[in-house]
Design a protein around this ligand. Structure first.
Ligand code: AHR
Length: 312
């Protein structure tokens, strides 16, 4: 009887203890900045999931500055958080700071963008889309749409970032199969709508009516480019084909309005998977080095139906 009672007490203590342990966790989140609607959606997803799980979230915003982001991670390490979720701005230069996190016993879960480090044990897992595949899907769609003949302007994302590198690679590989497809200009607009408008205005001045398509590495830059095309008296979606990546609500609206021709999904709602990964790693589990999100391609015919319940 006594033994049974002791067992019950032990189980109860364990349940309460484990629950408190989870709830009492402090997790750091180092975000790149707020350059796009996609990014804002990702931040909201992480914040909401932390609230749902009763986790204290220490949020840092690197404001698109690589040096600041390294400082942010060091601050989170100094705070002694239980784990760090990191959305890295750029791909390289992480060895030292992640070694410091590892030495402090703080696991790092990467979300959205990958990195190149000498020692892969510096991070637990990467939860992200396949950016090469996204670029390839866009390139193959454009080849189908144009019959393999097209003069293209490319608006690139942040230099050195995983999506800018891989979306360019995937797209260029896809169009290389078609002799009539040519990129006549390629410039960064930093994943930002305002930059997309400015850069596109310059490209219109330089190339004018030669531009037959605009491929932007994200929707925000495409939406900026649409504004520039309209300001120059051109009809985006008709005179010039516009395609991009992310699938934000504004992109669906632009497709409904006939100004955007296609967008490839990139899911920013990574909060649930990120915190699942954190819990597993803190429980001592080894995770696969990469967890890949499955993305789809959307055309104007899909937009009206999807926009109603779309989350970002
Ligand atoms: O890393 C994902 C990319 O970063 C998104 O496509 C873009 O909108 C963002 O800012």
């Amino acid at each position: 009887m006594r033994k049974a009672l002791a067992l019950c007490v032990a189980v109860a203590v364990c349940i309460v203890g484990c629950e408190t342990g989870k709830k009492g966790r402090t997790i750091g989140f180092s975000q790149t900045g707020a350059e796009s609607a996609w990014r804002t959606a990702e931040t909201i997803s992480i914040r909401e999931e932390a609230d749902k799980r009763g986790v204290t979230l220490k949020f840092t915003d690197a404001q698109s500055k690589t040096d600041k982001q390294k400082k942010d991670v060091r601050t989170l390490v100094a705070m002694g958080v239980d784990a760090i979720i990191l959305a890295p701005i750029v791909k390289t230069g992480w060895d030292q700071v992640l070694q410091e996190a590892k030495d402090a016993g703080i696991p790092v879960v990467l979300v959205d963008r990958g990195i190149e480090v000498k020692d892969e044990s510096l991070y637990a897992t990467l939860i992200a889309s396949d950016f090469i595949e996204e670029g390839r899907m866009a390139g193959e769609w454009l080849a189908r749409k144009t019959g393999g003949t097209c003069k293209i302007v490319q608006l690139e994302g942040e230099p050195g970032s995983d999506p800018a590198i891989d979306r360019k690679k995937g797209f260029e590989e896809a169009i290389a199969k078609h002799a009539g497809m040519e990129i006549i200009a390629s410039q960064t607009a930093m994943f930002k709508r305002s930059e997309g408008r400015k850069v596109m205005a310059d490209l219109i001045n330089a190339h004018g009516k030669n531009i037959e398509a605009v491929y932007a590495h994200n929707d925000d830059m495409a939406l900026g480019a649409i504004q520039a095309l309209e300001a120059a008296g051109m009809k985006p979606g008709t005179d010039v084909i516009v395609l991009s990546i992310d699938a934000i609500k504004d992109a669906f609206q632009a497709m409904i309005d006939g100004k955007l021709n296609c967008t490839v999904e990139c899911n920013p709602l990574l909060g649930p998977l990120a915190f699942d990964a954190v819990e597993k790693v803190l429980a001592g589990e080894t995770l696969p080095k990469r967890i890949t999100m499955q993305d789809r391609l959307f055309e104007p015919k899909d937009a009206a139906n999807l926009i109603k319940d779309w989350k970002y």
